[in-house]
Each structure stands twice: as structure tokens, then as C-alpha cells.
Design a protein around this ligand. Sequence first.
Ligand code: SF4
Ligand code: SF4
Ligand code: SF4
Length: 265
Amino acid sequence: MTNSEQGKTYLGVPVYRPKTAFFELSSCEGCQLQLLNNESSLLAFLSLVDVVNFREAMTERSDAFEIAFVEGSVTRSDEVERLKKIREKAKILVAFGSCACFGGVNQLKNRFSREWTKKEVYGEHAVETEFARPLEDVVSVDLKIFGCPVKKEEVEKIIINIATGKSVIYPKYPVCMECKANENICLFDIGEPCLGPITRAGCDSWCPNSRFGCWGCRGPADDANVEQLKVIMKKHGFSEETLLDRLECFGGFSDFAKEIRETIS
Ligand code: SF4
Ligand code: SF4
Ligand code: SF4
């Protein structure tokens, strides 16, 4: 049955609702939960797309989808196969959240050997676990939605753009711009480190609004000036290790972090 056959019309014109599926690889499923949590706009969202697969929300399953949102990083061989099958079926594959875009918090384990991780985490009940990888290490990705978790308002805006054929434009500027617009006190002035100057905006300065420094979950803004942030951190008495802790947390800044580690080793 096509979407127009389902009877959704606007001013008498059939409305096209793309068949949409949500999947998870290794993840906490918090990004999917963000969408479901948005009760005030959930019904409006559901009128826009035809959700055919969403394990957290429904029991029905279908392999006939056009847009696939994939949450989580790739950490097992069965996930590689599953992801390739999703890619074959999807016209648009969206990396959903920082685990899918950068490896996310899962990639923190990549600094240890696989044997060590298996022993320390699973003990005698070892399971297969490889290094955590972002989706685009395995398949091509059409679109990324950043954040740990994703910001639901931003996801809905992006989905509206996909469904109505508009381009998706990410903010190029850093979180600091949103933080200033929100009239927050700069956390550096009250003794808290923050990656806001180099992190891509779009979360509406979520953490600094609650007086928590940014940890860079959305990855680098365009032209992120990490060298200048190093100067700011030093001026406020923070060590390079403090900076590295944050740069290495979600995987989006891993190239920058590697470069800094090489200079101090
Ligand atoms: S990005 Fe964060 S919230 Fe989303 S699945 Fe990964 S760990 Fe969970
Ligand atoms: S608190 Fe962080 S995001 Fe806000 S202005 Fe200061 S450095 Fe930028
Ligand atoms: S402030 Fe930084 S860590 Fe917090 S949600 Fe935004 S990008 Fe992520």
C-alpha cells in the first residue's frame, strides 16, 4: 500500500509519508528514546512519516523502508552484516547520534586491548566485542545527526526537511554562539572547563545552560580552533590531560586528541 493510499491528505492533495525505520547497534538506545520522549510533538511527527520499524515503540516489523535511522556503533561482526543489509534496503541512511557518527562513548574502550576489555568487563562470560567504529567505517552514510543524546527538536526539524525534500543544513558555528545568545555566564569564569568554543552548535548550549561544561558530544564545529582552546584552557589553569579527557570522550575529536597526545609523548 502506498502512502497516498493510506488516505493522508492536505487540502485534498495526497501527502507523501516516507516509510521510516529505526535500528540500533551497540548503544544505550537513548537517542531513540529522545524521540519518544517528545510527547508534545510526537503525533505531529508520526503524521509526517510512516514508521514501519521501531523496536522501542512498536511490535510490527517491515523490511520495506526508505529512510533508516541507525543508532549505535559497530562492535561485532553480526552488526557489520546487519548494517550492510540495512544499507542495501535504505534510500537514505542516517547515522543517528554520536555513537553512530563517531563511535561515541563506546570508542573509549578502543584505547585498551580487546583481550583486556573482554576480561575486565565480561570476566568468564566473554562475548564477542571488537573495537567500536562509526557506521561510515562499514557503509556509506547519507546524513549524520550529532549528539549524545540527539536533541529531539533538531531531529524533528531534520526529518521534516527530509520528508519535504529540503536540504539539511548543520550549524557551522560553535556552541559558544548559542551559549551567548542564551545569556549564560561563561563557565571558564567560574572555574569549569568547556569545549563550547570548538564544538558544533545545534544543542542550544544544552550543558552550559545547566552550568555544566561542554564535553564535545556533537563533534567539531567548522574551522574548530583547538590550538586557541589549548591557550584558553591553560590561561584558566587546566592541564592538557583535562582537555584530552574531553576531546577523547565521544570520538568526534579523536584526530585532534591524537595530535596532542603525539606532542606530549
Ligand atoms: S549517542 Fe549517547 S544517547 Fe545516543 S545511543 Fe550513543 S550513548 Fe546512547
Ligand atoms: S560556557 Fe562554554 S559554551 Fe558558554 S561561552 Fe563559555 S566556553 Fe562558550
Ligand atoms: S553542550 Fe556540548 S556536550 Fe552538551 S549537548 Fe551540547 S555539544 Fe553535547
